[in-house]
Structures are given as structure tokens and as C-alpha cells.
Design a protein. Structure first.
Length: 420
């Protein structure tokens, strides 16, 4: 593979669409690291844009194909079509696409076809692209979401997914100053949002550890704990560590627990970069017997369906078969978390899922299982929290279509619980 951003993007697309791997698994691999940081960031951006626009790209290209070429060639056409339909330079896009195909032993024979098709796409594609609908979620996910939230809401979510995603930061202190310094916007809930950040590691404040990347929705749960200085807090499924950093920055005595040593490496890196401290423990959360703690944060393993605006590969790789097992695991983790609390302690339960079975229904079931357990709705009486984000059982339900005019937010559910 030639070390260019487009070649890197094609490798990423092949891994996702042929091998069923998530982009998050690929960004630290040797193949991806062959690119310099700027080209690596561009490769990832191109792959994300292609995955978001996959349905549109296929519809634009289809009339120009007599028969379907191999997946590797289709991915070249998809990547080039997305670039061309979004204003890319036709000469550079087409020439590199053709050269890439001709370099491959199994794809070389398709060079002429790719050239002919993309010349037509360059002329006619942008107009067709503009007429096509926003890409739909796959049926396995779209149907239950429509049942939960209604078809119009799902369509609004899909529009936000397709629009791409800004970059949100959680700042250690003085978010307003950092928003001005980075040319971003200060969101109502306190996060800083950047619309065209470029290479994240090159931004002011990254190397000095003044902030970390964390979607505004993901930053909200910990804020529901209020003042945490001096409290002992367990971040029960901690990796990649955004909530651990929030707690540590707030002065809590944090234990960051996760079953994956590999994923905890990111937590160690971010703690070192930000100059924050936490006890990092590799263990199965269901077997953990530490504490008791003043508070437990349980960001439970889930379908991650709330993060599709940032991870458009997710619905293409997953098929929904594992959700039943995840729901059982969430309930078991929630029950165990309650045993780790001091009397009167608080449990913050959250998931980055859009499915009520992983959020609202989990809390309703937990209230039925545990006598004296109650929800604390006032925990989320916070700046920027809108009344329609409140859920009936006392939690908070965030959706991608909220703040659509600002770029949306991840889908998230959260509830703060206590006993007695």
C-alpha cells in the first residue's frame, strides 16, 4: 500500500467492510501507523465520510456499472465518489483511484472501468448526490429505534449522523477561555466544541494536558455527581477514561477499573498527559470487591448505538445479536455496583445506547429488584439540561437530534441512584 491518505482510507474501508472490524480497533495498528500523523488523520476522515455516505455513493455509481465489481474495487469507487460529490478535485481523485486499482494484481483489470465510471461521476454525481435521501440506518437497528422514538425522530437522528461530527473537549479549568483560544464554542453544558479542528494532537493545550476529547453527552453523567473533591469514587468500566479524568480533575480519589489491560493503556496515557492521578486496576468488574465507595460510576458495556454519528462503521459491523447478552451483563453489573457503595452512596448508571432496554428499562427493573433504591432526578439539575431530556423514571435521555443545529450529540442515558 502506498503511504497516502487515500490508500490508508481504502485499507480502513476494507478492514471494516470485508473483515468486519471496527475503526477503533485499527487506528493503532502497524498498517495505519505507516502514515505520518497528518495523513493518518486525513485517512481516518476520508474513511468516516465514505462510511457515512456509503448508501449515497452506491446509488450514484450503480447506473454506470454493468455488473458489480469486487469489493476492493467498489471501495475505490465509493471513496472517490464521496470525494467528487463533496467538491473534491476531479483530476487528483480520479487519477489516484485508477492508479490504486492498477497496482493491485486482482484489481488491475478494472482500471479502465474505474476511470470511465469516475469521469461520469465527476460530471453528473454531485447533482445526483444532492437529490438522494439521507442514508438510513440498517433495518436491525432502525426498526427498534422507530418503535421507541418514532419514525420522524429516527429520520432526524439519521440526518445528524450523516452531517458528520464536531469535536468536543472537556477542559480542566476555564472552558470559556479555551473556547476562545481554540476558536470553538462553549456549549450550554460546559463542553467546548470545535467544528474543524484538524489534527487533534497539534492543537494548543493537547500536549500540556489542559483538556481531553469527550463528547458533550458523555461528559454530562459525571457532572450529575456534583462536587466530588475528597470523595472515593470507583469508575467501574473506566476505559478509555474520560470520566476518570473528570473525576480526578474534580479532586476525587479515583479507582479506574476495567477488564481490558489494552484499553487501560489509553487511561494511563491520558492521566500522564493531563497530570492527573488515579489508581488503575485491571480486573473483572463483577469479581471486584474493593471499597466501599462514596460513589460508583458505571458506564456499562452496551450496544454503543448512541455513538454512530462518530462511529458510522458500528451499524455495518454489528448486527444486534449481542444486545440480549449485554442487557443481562448491565443488570448484573448494576446489582454488583450497589454492593460496593457506602450507606447513602450514589450509583451513576449510564450507557451510550439509544435503546430503552439498555437505559430506562434497566433502571425500572433495578428499582423493582432492590427495595429502598430510588432515583435522584435533581442530580441533573444542571446548566444546559433541557426539560425534554428528562425521562419518566427520573433519568436523563440524550439523543443525537438534540442540538442538531449545533452538530448534535451522542445518544446517552444516565440516572443517579441511591438507597434509603
Amino acid at each position: 500500500m502506498a503511504a497516502t491518505a487515500r490508500a490508508g482510507a481504502l485499507w480502513l474501508l476494507g478492514q471494516v467492510l470485508a473483515e468486519g472490524r471496527l475503526l477503533s480497533e485499527l487506528t493503532g495498528t502497524a498498517q495505519h501507523l505507516r502514515l505520518d500523523p497528518a495523513e493518518r488523520a486525513r485517512a481516518q476522515r476520508l474513511a468516516l465520510e465514505t462510511l457515512r455516505g456509503l448508501e449515497k455513493a452506491d446509488r450514484v455509481v450503480k447506473p454506470y456499472l454493468r455488473k458489480m465489481p469486487p469489493l476492493a474495487v467498489r471501495n475505490v469507487l465509493r471513496l472517490a465518489t464521496v470525494e467528487l460529490c463533496q467538491g473534491g478535485d476531479a483530476h487528483g481523485v480520479v487519477n489516484e483511484a485508477v492508479a490504486h486499482v492498477r497496482r493491485g494484481k486482482r484489481t488491475a483489470a478494472y482500471g479502465g472501468m474505474v476511470n470511465a465510471v469516475l469521469r461520469k461521476v465527476a460530471l453528473e454525481g454531485p447533482a445526483k448526490w444532492a437529490e438522494l435521501r439521507v442514508p438510513h440506518l440498517p433495518k436491525w437497528l432502525r426498526q427498534p429505534l422507530a418503535e421507541a422514538w418514532g419514525g420522524a425522530t429516527v429520520a432526524a437522528m439519521e440526518a445528524v449522523h450523516f452531517a458528520g461530527v464536531p469535536l468536543d473537549l472537556t477542559v480542566k479549568s476555564d472552558a470559556r477561555e479555551w473556547a476562545a483560544r481554540l476558536g470553538g464554542a462553549l456549549l450550554p453544558t460546559g463542553s467546548v466544541r470545535l467544528t474543524a479542528p484538524g489534527q487533534v494532537s497539534a492543537l494548543p493545550g493537547f500536549g500540556s494536558g489542559d483538556w481531553w476529547v469527550q463528547d458533550a453527552a458523555a461528559a454530562l453523567p459525571v457532572r450529575g455527581l456534583g462536587e466530588v473533591a475528597g470523595l472515593s469514587v470507583l469508575d467501574m468500566c473506566a476505559a478509555p477514561g474520560g470520566k476518570t479524568l473528570q473525576l480526578a480533575a474534580g479532586g476525587a480519589d479515583v479507582t479506574a477499573l476495567d477488564i481490558s489491560e489494552g484499553r487501560l493503556a489509553r487511561v494511563h496515557e491520558n492521566l500522564a498527559r493531563t497530570g492527573l492521578s488515579a489508581a488503575v486496576v485491571t480486573a473483572d468488574a463483577l469479581a471486584f470487591a474493593g471499597g466501599p465507595f462514596d460513589a460508583v460510576v458505571l458506564d456499562a458495556p452496551c450496544s454503543a448505538t448512541g455513538t454512530i454519528r462518530r462511529h458510522p462503521d458500528l451499524p455495518l459491523v454489528q448486527r444486534g445479536e449481542a444486545i440480549g447478552g449485554l442487557i443481562e451483563l448491565q443488570a448484573a453489573l448494576l446489582d454488583h455496583a450497589l454492593t460496593l457503595l457506602k450507606p447513602g452512596g450514589r450509583l451513576l448508571y449510564c450507557t451510550c445506547s439509544l435503546l430503552p432496554d439498555e437505559g430506562e428499562c434497566q433502571i425500572e427493573a433495578a428499582l423493582a429488584r432492590h427495595e429502598g433504591l430510588r432515583v435522584m432526578p435533581a442530580a441533573f439539575d444542571l446548566p444546559g439540561v433541557a426539560p425534554d431530556w428528562r425521562s419518566d423514571e427520573g433519568g436523563l435521555r440524550l439523543r443525537p437530534d438534540y442540538w442538531a443545529e449545533r452538530g448534535g450529540m451522542d445518544g446517552f442515558y444516565m440516572a443517579c441512584l441511591t438507597r434509603g
